[in-house]
Unconditional design. Structure first.
Length: 869
């Protein structure tokens, strides 16, 4: 790194983290004086400044800014010319190491990231930031603090401990890549931004720049222009940082000069806020960096991948590859989601049409049943003996109709399958014919080309042979002449040269033998160490594989146990519900509604009688006192007549009791008695009327009971017929499903695929295979064949697995006949390669001398016998 100039001189410093234009710092006294003078100028300008003064100040500030900009640009160009290219290359390599270490750490912590939600990732990042901030308030963090924070967060979120060797190595690589100057510490905010970027690299360049501005800077919303290089360091390649920062200086100057007020303050303040930084990015000099790239990855059609010019020109290789792959994955995921939504929409439309057809069919059947029921009700009891015949006729019509519909559906399915087979046949014939024509044309062209090349080669060989013969003849003559001349003087020289050469060859051979021995010793020790480590890893892997198959078997047994328990519990629940319903029916209170209604009617009738009696009394009094019409007058005469007839009886009763009474008083008593007699007569009449109404009411109730009983009997008959139909329909469905499952079990078989470690289904009749279970089986499963399969693990070791029993073992099963051949165990990392018994199963057809072999061993044995070995 070049030396930094003195602090009292303006300079352009180029640092590993920062390539910016800086100015000399000011002392606190000078800063206070400048602030005071600035306030005085501002207040004075508000009072006395004119338009000419403003124009003069603006020109002066623009000239001063242009001088500063030209001087800073010239100094920056001088330093760039003197800056060694080795430092730039070193910075580029350091950036590559930082990104590669961050990506490796992310893969170790998150794996492939499919089981991680956005909330968990955000929580881990927040915990990491909080732990860094709580542990140290500075921007830098040491290695122990860094490892403590990472292990703490990783142990709480990913269950990774400090004993994980991969994580320790990844943390060491991250620390060494970020600690570039070997200061035993690095900026943890820079690490946080790298980690954020690696988790979500598909965002746009503008969002990533704003994220770097907010995360790498201080907690305040502003950073200094001199620290802008540190904020842009992750997103700019080191060899392009100086040009980009010069553009940043120009953009900052344009943004600062675009404001018309406080120009002097704008030029002196080098603080950048988010708004100013966004305005700098919107300048014309940066617009081309935010345009779409012209490369192949920037013009996607099926899976559009938008690549910015900034990313293509300024990102390093690892970062650009990470962004490109993440955006490609996001585009593919969006395309797949669109395809899934389109498929769901098509399926929903087809299901809607099918539901509409089913509803129309049900409506038709309901209309038919409704008309039949109306016709049966119309005939009534007169045609009751025909009901059974009509019922059987309806069932026959339904059976014929359902058979007709089933035959139509089966005929349509058979037509579709036949048409698909014919289309596939013709299409395959067309493809095969097309490929045959292409191959024949290529074959003819190749024959012509080969003949031309062979003829040219033969001609050239003939000419070359004649030329070489002539050259060899001349050369032999020259060699004989030279040998004759040099033979005399070369014998002594050759003797000395042979002696020295033999000595040199012996020394070189001895050195090579020593080196060979050393290499053999080193190779032997390395192979032994590798073999030990491989055996340790192999033991761990075997335990993990056995645990995996054991967990599969336990999971299957738990599933079977849970299903059986659920079925048993469902039976218990149905029994309890039925018992509760029966208890509720038994404990229900008797229905006293009819008795209560009768009592209420009696009370109301008695009230009507009393009101009628009272009304009769009132009417009599009204007729006697103030009659209004002729009818009331006749009533008055009749009452007065009865009063006159009653007066003697009243006087006689008074005489018998020796009560002195006058005629006028007797007349009043007689009047009251007559009114009371009329009221009692009215009461008797109303009571008789009430008794008649009660008798009629009882007769109506009896008739209504008979009608209700008849309707209930008819409804029970209809409900019984309907229940019989439902039970018969359910029984037919159950029998049909049972028969369909039986046919499916006879037609399909469930086979375990060794390569994919999964089951597939094969049709025994047609030979068609499918990974999905036949829908006719429902919740039932086709049992797998009880046989042992030979599988290979990740290290190519053989082991045996029974898909029916869900058991695995490393040794061959006893009940299976194994191959009698021997093969080399290439899966052991040992030299020489050991040999042993063949792990394959034997075949009945491959029997020789009472021994059975697998296909490979049998073919190898046959080939050896044919060749005479």
């Amino acid at each position: 790194m070049p030396p930094r100039p003195a602090d009292n001189q303006p300079c352009v410093s180029i640092d590993y983290n920062n390539i910016t234009t800086t100015s000399s710092p000011m002392s606190p006294n000078k800063r206070e004086k400048s602030l005071e003078t600035r306030d005085e100028k501002r207040t004075r300008g508000k009072k006395f400044m004119t338009g000419k003064r403003e124009h003069y100040d603006s020109l002066r500030h623009e000239r001063q800014f242009s001088k500063i900009l030209r001087s800073s640009m010239s100094e920056l160009d001088a330093i760039n010319r003197n800056y060694p290219t080795d430092y730039v290359e070193r910075d580029v390599v350091a950036q590559e190491k930082m990104w590669m270490s961050i990506i490796n750490l992310q893969h170790i912590l998150f794996g492939n990231g499919e089981q991680w939600s956005e909330y968990r990732v955000g929580k881990l990042l927040r915990d990491l930031h909080d732990s860094f901030f709580q542990l140290t308030t500075k921007r830098v963090i040491s290695r122990p603090q860094f490892e403590t924070c990472l292990f703490k967060v990783a142990r709480g979120s990913t269950h990774v401990t400090s004993k994980d060797e991969k994580l320790c190595m990844a943390l060491e690589a991250v620390y060494h890549s970020f600690d570039r100057l070997d200061q035993k510490a690095f900026d943890w905010r820079l690490f946080i931004f790298f980690f954020h970027f690696a988790l979500d690299p598909a965002n746009s360049v503008n969002d990533q720049l704003l994220s770097a501005f907010s995360k790498i800077g201080d907690k305040s919303s502003c950073i200094d222009l001199r620290d802008l290089g540190l904020a842009l360091y992750p997103l700019v390649r080191a060899d392009a940082a100086s040009d980009l920062l010069s553009l940043m200086d120009n953009a900052w100057a344009e943004v600062k000069t675009s404001t018309n007020h406080e120009m002097e303050d704008n030029l002196e303040s080098t603080l950048l806020s988010v708004n100013i930084f966004q305005q700098m990015l919107r300048q014309k000099c940066f617009q081309r960096y935010f345009d779409q790239s012209d490369s192949h990855w920037g013009r996607g059609r099926i899976f559009p991948v938008f690549i910015y010019q900034w990313e293509e020109e300024l990102y390093n290789v690892t970062l650009f590859q990470l962004v490109r792959e993440s955006r490609r994955d996001r585009s593919i995921a969006e395309k797949l989601s669109r395809d899934r939504s389109r498929t769901k929409l098509d399926a929903w439309r087809q299901w809607r049409e099918y539901a509409r057809y089913q509803s129309l069919l049900r409506w038709s059947l309901e209309q038919i049943n409704r008309r039949i029921e109306v016709w049966r009700k119309h005939r009534g009891l007169l045609a009751f003996w025909r009901s059974s015949i009509r019922h059987h006729a309806v069932l026959q019509i339904q059976r014929v109709w359902r058979g007709h519909i089933g035959r139509n559906v089966a005929r349509q399915c058979w037509t579709i399958a036949t048409s698909a087979t014919l289309i596939q046949t013709h299409f395959r014939m067309y493809i095969a014919k097309k490929q045959l024509d292409c191959l024949s044309s290529k074959y003819n062209w190749a024959i012509v080309e080969v003949q031309r090349y062979i003829r040219g080669a033969l001609g050239r060989n003939f000419a070359l042979t004649r030329l070489l013969n002539l050259v060899d003849q001349t050369h032999l003559e020259n060699v004989k002449e030279r040998e004759r001349l040099e033979l005399g003087r070369g014998v002594a020289s050759l003797t000395k040269l042979q002696a020295r050469w033999r000595r040199k060859v012996a020394i070189a051979e001895l050195a090579s033998l020593r080196m060979k021995y050393r290499r053999e010793v080193q190779a032997q020790s390395a192979m032994e160490a590798d073999r030990k480590s491989y055996r340790r890893e192999r033991l761990i892997y075997e335990r993990q594989l056995e645990h995996f198959y054991k967990s599969l078997k336990e999971e299957q047994e738990n599933t079977i146990r849970i299903h059986s328990k659920i079925a048993h519990d469902q039976v218990k629940v149905r029994t309890i519900r039925r018992r509760l319903y029966n208890d509720e029916l038994k404990n229900a209170p008797p229905d006293n509604s009819e008795q209560l209604a009768t009592e209420k009617w009696m009370v109301e009738s008695q009230a009507k009688v009393e009101s009628g009696v009272k009304a009769a009394k009132t009417h009599c009094i009204h007729c006697l006192d103030q009659p209004d019409n002729s009818v009331e007058k006749q009533t008055r005469l009749a009452i007065m007549k009865r009063v006159k007839e009653r007066i003697p009886l009243v006087l006689k009763r008074a005489d018998e009791r020796h009560v002195p009474m006058e005629t006028k008083e007797a007349k009043q008593i007689a009047r009251e008695e007559v009114i009371q007699i009329i009221a009692e007569e009215e009461r008797a009449r109303l009571n008789n009327q009430m008794e008649e109404e009660f008798a009629q009411r009882e007769r109506r109730k009896e008739e209504e009971k008979r009608h209700v009983a008849a309707r209930e009997k008819e409804a029970n008959a209809r409900a019984t017929i309907y229940a019989i139909q439902l039970v018969a329909k359910a029984c037919r469905k159950w029998l049909a499903r049972k028969e369909l499952r039986r046919l499916c079990l006879e037609t399909f078989e469930r086979i375990f695929d060794v390569d994919s470690h999964a089951f597939y289904y094969k049709n025994k009749v047609t030979g068609v295979t499918s990974w999905t279970k036949p829908k006719s089986m429902g919740d039932f499963e086709i049992p797998a064949k009880d046989e042992w399969k030979l599988l290979r693990d990740a290290h190519n070791f053989p082991y045996y697995f029974n898909p029916c029993l869900m058991e695995m073992r490393w040794t061959p099963p006893r009940e299976v006949d194994m191959c009698c051949g021997s093969v080399p165990y290439t899966w052991w990392h040992e030299y020489p390669i050991p040999t042993g018994a063949c792990p394959n199963f034997s075949c009945d057809s491959n029997e020789v001398d009472g021994k059975r072999y697998c296909d490979e061993c049998f073919s190898y044995r046959s080939s050896c016998q044919s060749e005479g070995f």
